[in-house]
Design a protein around this ligand. Structure first.
Ligand SMILES: O=C(O)C1=N[C@H](C(=O)O)C[C@H](O)C1
Length: 307
């Protein structure tokens, strides 16, 4: 393999509140105007990073040209905003060879790191997954966040394998959606210094941050971003009661936003807020039901009757 040209000056450690940005579509195409509006909006928000093309970004429906365009448009819009925000790209696959080639193609792209899910559907062994992530780590010099989400991939990367991978210099952390608090607690106890554990479980964000996770990657933070950041900052400052108070006003939001397959509910809310031109999602995702649309509108504008 050629020496990667994407060597970062320093490896930024992912910490804090990160937004897995939706990808706006209009009439089936990537909607550049809405993307620029979203970036300008979130560049003013108390976020610590952005993730493109992840689950919420419908990354599996984007072809390579679209992924590159998404990255370029985001970099331009961020530069125009004057905000320096790290940007990671979601790039996953169940064929290690294809994934490593895809990673090599991203070398010239303006991204700061990659979010890579466990290989899905084929249910490989722990050893197979270690080899998969090691091959990915060899294919890019950029930081990699492992995305462990058994309920989507069908396979759980256990702590032992995770800790082996944490020895690699550019495997910098995990987006933890393992849904097992004991597994997360053990990982937090045993992880080496500098290996970040960020929760990706919106409904459990308060508990995970209370237990010492370094941050959160939350699709729900498309809405009430300030309140999600305030909750996290209070908890990280040791103010559990203050964090709990913030959480009480937020806890219903993940329930609504994940009541039907994500990201349709988030896109509906952003569309109703005027941030994107269209709530459309790509098949096999489908738009929100009229009942959920009404419930979301009621949450966004309490006391107002449906338009
Ligand atoms: O976009 C993501 O990546 C996220 N994934 C989680 C999921 O797959 O359900 C949820 C998280 O809020 C964002």
């Amino acid at each position: 393999m050629d020496t990667p040209t994407d060597q970062p000056d320093e490896t930024p450690q992912p910490r804090g509140l990160w937004l897995p940005l939706i990808t706006p579509f209009r009439d089936g195409e990537l909607d550049a105007a809405s993307l620029r509006r979203l970036i300008a909006h979130y560049a003013r928000a108390p976020l610590d990073g952005l993730i493109l093309g992840a689950t919420t970004g419908e990354g599996l429906t984007l072809d390579e040209d679209e992924l590159e365009r998404l990255v370029m448009l985001t970099a331009d819009a961020l530069a125009a905003s004057g905000r320096k925000l790290p940007v990671y790209l979601g790039l996953s696959g169940s064929d290690t060879r294809k994934l490593t080639k895809a990673l090599q193609r991203t070398a010239p792209w303006p991204i700061d790191g990659l979010l890579i899910a466990c290989p899905y559907y084929t249910r490989p062994s722990q050893q197979g997954m270690v080899l998969h992530f090691e091959a990915a780590a060899d294919a890019t010099a950029r930081p990699i966040l492992i995305y462990n989400i058994p309920y989507r991939t069908g396979v759980n990367l256990h702590d032992e394998a995770m800790l082996r991978l944490a020895e690699r210099a550019n495997i910098v952390g995990v987006k933890d959606c393992c849904a097992d608090p004991a597994q997360t607690a053990e990982l937090l106890r045993l992880r080496p210094p500098g290996f970040a554990v960020l929760t990706g479980e919106d409904a459990l964000a308060f508990d995970a941050l209370s237990r010492g996770c370094d941050g959160a990657i939350l699709a729900s933070a498309h809405l009430e971003t300030e309140a999600f950041a305030a909750m996290m900052h209070r908890l990280q400052a040791g103010d559990r009661l203050g964090g709990a108070t913030e959480w009480q006003n937020l806890a219903d939001l993940p329930k609504l936003l994940f009541a039907e397959p994500s990201p349709a509910p988030i896109k509906h809310a952003l569309w109703r807020r005027g941030l994107i031109e269209s709530p459309e999602v790509r098949l096999p995702m489908t738009p929100v039901s009229p009942a959920l649309a009404a419930a979301l509108d009621a949450r966004l504008w309490p006391g107002r009757s449906a338009a």
